[in-house]
Design a protein around this ligand. Sequence first.
Ligand code: UDX
Length: 429
Amino acid sequence: MNVVVVGTGYVGLVAGPCFAKFGNKVTCVDIDKKKIDRLKKGEVPIYEPGLDDVIAQGIKENNLLFSTSLKNAMKDAAAVFIAVGTPSRKDGRADLQYVDAVAEEIGKNLIRHTVIVNKSTVPVGTGKRVTEIIKKNYKGKFDVVSNPEFLREGSAVKDFLEPDRIVVGVSSKRAKEVMLDLYEPIDAKKIVTNVESAEMIKYASNAFLATKISFINEIANICERVGADVEMVALGMGADSRIGPKFLKAGIGYGGSCFPKDVNALNQIAGTEGYDFKLLKSVIEVNNKQRLYFVDKIEETLGHLKGKTIAVMGVAFKANTDDLRESAAVDIIRMLTGLGAKVRAYDPIAIDNAKDQLGNGVKFFDDAYKAMEGADVLAITTEWPEFIELNFDKAKKILKEPYIFDGRNLLDPKKVKKSGLKYIGTGRR
Ligand code: UDX
């Protein structure tokens, strides 16, 4: 099948090459000429394990093309995916200007019955909105489909190729057939529904996962007070198949390009419809407070932060990515420096991005132990597996005060304590 994917962000740049891997002829389109030129050479602008191989294979087999011209790419397309960004506006609503612009261009360049697929995370009703925009410019037949993406950064290729489910929101039999044909190579549960339900499934899923995280963070905060261990509590809860063990990791809260944005957007959608989504508001509040709470713990332990130096391990919003968007670690670094502390930060791959974002106020290092030199205490803010293997005896010798604050409950407290360092986790005694 000839497929066009508009937008080469995380979603588009994973979906396009993966569709090419199934033998489809895919053209990835973006208005950013520099990015397209780099992609044509096989240079991947994001850090995503396995993605460069899929792209290289697609280019080699001539199944994967990159272009800045949607018009040319659309000529033979059976399906056109819209996978452009939907950033948060100031009021929390999704900014649809890029989706609208692409819809308009699609309308102007349609020449045959094509399936237009929304893969960007968009408010319920956007399918209709896209349909209206296209109709203004094209009088022939076309279908608009919602096909939300659930991939996670760091495991995006695997998530795309081996998803738990594929959700397709359609309004015609033809669109359903095209979509099921396209996803035929993937062995996963396929849920076909109407467009609005598919749009809602994406928001509801992300909001529910965010709720799980805020819930376990509140449980962690109570655990600290009553002498329970949230790790054991999560283990016990997660063993109930109705609850499940995933997304019950307590810490400094969720970040990233999706959860904060989508949870806020759903809250706004509810508000616009005159519905007060109380639970979701609390999820957001708990998440914001959790970062503050972590900083408070360091401040309380040290007495004050002015003039203190904190070695911060991790700036990415989670492990296996160089993405800093809505990173709790970045927020925490800002809070620490705002309270007069000096920060020496290390991250295995996100340092360059962090330098751009955090600027001169923070010192960055390409080695964890160098970051610890001259520091009073150590804070773990991203769940990078390599931090588990830190040499705590060495850390104990370097740090001025014997404390490790584990904002991700990543470390083994026993191992840390053996070195003489004091372990302060989240929701653990
Ligand atoms: C998320 C969704 O998982 C994915 O389905 C959707 O398509 C996009 O948003 P992603 O943003 O890549 O994916 O990250 P994810 O692994 O879900 O983690 C989100 C945030 O929650 C991270 O900051 C992570 O550190 C945090 N998290 C996750 C926790 O604090 N505890 C957990 O138990 C799980």
